[in-house]
Design a protein around this ligand. Sequence first.
Ligand code: B4P
Length: 191
Amino acid sequence: MLNIIICGAPGCGKGTQSDLIVEKYALKHLSTGDLLRKEIGEKTQLGLEAEKFISLGNLVPDQMIIDMITNAVNALPANCNGIILDGFPRTVAQAEALEALLNSINKPTTVLLDLRVDDEELITRLLKRGETSGRSDDNLETIKKRLEVYEKSTAPVSDYYKNLNKYAAIEGMGSVEDIFVRIASAIDSTK
Ligand code: B4P
């Protein structure tokens, strides 16, 4: 069973590469960003609360996210090949909760893939996406805030997985196809 985490700064291509990973390895895709945007679109209580944080470029509180992922993991079908966790964990507290959850069901994390992209390129990609995404967080001011939050809260998650010996840095600059070749090679080397 493959349980893969894809992590990196906003706009590093987590969602883009997750789609390709799902296609090649037949994994279930769990994206906290997508789950939150679904809640926002449906104007649920969770969505309305989450939107306040997202539109300012802040992270949604840990417990909200941990509950959401716990429900999603518990709802996985028994014959699931594994999961790709996209955009989660984003804090060390989320990582600790995830490890406790996956170990308790005997489905430990395989590897965290850390997509590395220069800040200048991240801003270019997100501003381009903002032309059509309609997302409240794809504007220059919020993008800069998200990059600050990433450095402070999410970058330490990499050290957490390095300590577990479950970490692979991936060069995230270049074409989508070339980046995917690097990702597939990192996944295959865990087998
Ligand atoms: P996410 O939905 O996770 O989104 P993201 O970081 O903005 O984007 P991603 O890295 O997936 O980029 P994409 O593939 O789209 O998070 C949104 C917000 O939700 C967070 O800021 C936070 O507030 C909240 N949230 C989510 N998870 C949370 C958690 N666990 N805890 C707390 N809060 C949480 O790529 C970006 C763009 O680049 C796309 O337009 C794409 O087409 C383009 N692109 C991709 N690869 C490219 C390449 N190689 N070259 C050129 N362009 C490329």
